[in-house]
Design a protein around this ligand. Structure first.
Ligand code: ZN
Length: 476
């Protein structure tokens, strides 16, 4: 009925959701079980359930580093057996099982793991053979990975919106990227609990902490009823909007329409409008009107000065606070890493890796400008990176200094000159080669990737610099 392509998506997704759900069940049911054992239980669950007998070819993983690589043989696959009753398949057909394996592993690694079936019993092989890797491991623009990102790994979206072509439906079924998953990690449980409610939620935090992502996540969670997301800046809230809230448009016969309205900078709602707005939100709640998600700057719960008392009591009962990066110790590198992957893909580059020094610098920075600052720094670094090069601490320092919002911020260390010879000589693992190489890199970054300009800065000719960069790279 669906056609082969959509049927495959349907079954992959069904399997993916079952796999994720079983993984959650195993983790919650046996919290003290070694994570490796809990993970490999997936293969046994698959066997017990009578779907397929799993035989491990190899299975190597490191949960902390999100490294994973596995190959399994599947024997007596029900999907392959069912298919081959009629004819020999031209392509592998164990779609549900493949989705299950991917979903189970993705839940454990908290990143998208994609399995591919490279041989299938339905094609006449004696068994099916599947290979699993993290999404990034399949390379850029892998069509199967893209399919998983767009259509399969959407377990967080409980939307019942059918696969229509409307932009609203597409928006509702957009999956949570690995970056967004990391950004929301500290508040994910809370958001999940709030997603089901239609009551207003107040999201506070410093700018750039991902408040908008949290709002979108809540919207998607309630997408079974809410189909449209509208953003309004507090300053723009007027009596017309209040009237619209208080008298919600009746659901059409076609489908229940429910809007989510995100009020950005809710503290900027004009003081004379605030009481009207508070009343309108209350009426809207009673009438099944739009859902209100309010975003406000970070403030102590006891003092929300810009809010009128009425507005405060309507909006603040359900409150989520996005922590700033300064409070996210131990997570900053993972965030930067996921952000780098995403940006590189968007900029059409092969994602580079961070050198050890850069990793340390990223983790020790407090990032007062939060994710926005981190994104700016990474874009600047990527923009000036030599193809195939790794990202050094010096490059991060330069971008930090260049993008520092004001000179006072250099007090945090980000604005200091990138190279201090005294400090360098005293530091572990110093080498003249490394220094030489980082000078070339700094020159390249400052010259925005222009080799001639970088050479001029260093008092070299273009050819000399090209030769030296090449040599430095080889001696590394
Ligand atoms: Zn198969």
């Amino acid at each position: 009925m669906l056609g082969e392509k959509e049927a495959r998506v349907f079954l992959l997704r069904l399997g993916f959701m079952s796999g994720r759900s079983d993984a959650r069940f195993v983790r919650a049911g046996w919290p003290n079980l070694d994570i490796g054992d809990a993970f490999t239980a997936g293969t046994r669950l698959h066997t017990f359930s009578g779907v397929v007998r799993v035989e491990t070819v190899f299975n190597t993983y490191d949960f902390r580093k999100k490294r994973f690589s596995a190959e399994f043989l599947w024997r007596d696959s029900v999907e392959a057996a069912e298919f081959s009753k009629t004819r020999l398949a031209s392509e592998p057909v164990c779609w549900t099982q493949l989705g299950y394996a991917s979903g189970y592993a993705s839940e454990f690694f908290d990143t998208l793991i994609v399995y591919k079936e490279i041989e299938c019993a339905a094609q006449g092989h004696s068994h099916c053979r599947v290979v699993g890797k993290p999404a990034d491991g399949w390379g850029l623009n892998d069509p199967e990975v893209m399919l998983f990102r767009e259509r399969i790994d959407v377990a967080d979206d409980i939307s019942t919106v059918p696969a229509s072509r409307s932009s609203a439906a597409r928006a509702a079924s957009t999956s949570l990227s690995s970056l967004d998953r990391l950004i929301l990690m500290p508040v994910r449980d809370r958001l999940d609990r709030l997603a089901a409610t239609t009551l207003p939620v107040l999201i506070t935090g410093a700018p750039g902490t991902g408040r908008g992502i949290a709002a979108r996540y809540l919207h998607r969670g309630s997408a079974a009823t809410a189909t449209n997301l509208r953003r309004v800046v507090g300053m723009q809230v007027d009596l017309a909007l209040c009237a619209e809230l208080a008298r919600p448009v009746k659901a059409t016969r076609r489908a229940p329409q429910r809007e989510t309205i995100v009020i950005d900078a809710v503290e900027t709602i004009p003081a004379d409008i605030q009481p009207h707005f508070a009343r309108a939100v209350e009426e809207s709640m009673a009438e099944g009107g739009p859902r209100i998600l309010a975003i406000a700057d970070d403030c102590q719960e006891s003092e929300m000065p810009a809010f009128s008392t009425e507005l405060h009591s309507v909006l603040s009962p359900l409150h989520v606070r996005m922590p700033p990066l300064a409070e996210r110790e131990g997570e900053r590198l993972a965030l930067a890493h996921a952000m780098l992957q995403e940006l590189a893909v968007r900029m059409g580059l092969e994602p580079p890796s961070f050198e050890a020094g850069a990793k340390k610098l990223i983790e020790t920075q407090l990032w007062p400008g939060n994710l926005r600052q981190m994104r700016g720094v990474l874009i600047a670094v990527l923009n000036s990176l030599i193809t195939g090069a790794t990202i050094s601490a010096a490059q991060i320092e330069i971008a930090l200094a260049r993008l520092a919002p004001n000179p006072r911020n250099s007090a945090t260390g980000s604005g200091k000159s990138a190279i201090d010879p005294n400090q360098l000589l005293g530091s572990d693992g110093f080498s003249l080669n490394a220094l030489e190489h980082s000078l070339y890199e700094i020159a390249m970054v400052q010259a925005q990737g222009n080799l001639s300009a970088a050479a001029r800065m260093l008092g070299l000719t273009r050819a000399q610099l090209a030769y030296r960069i090449d040599n430095a790279r080889r001696s590394k």
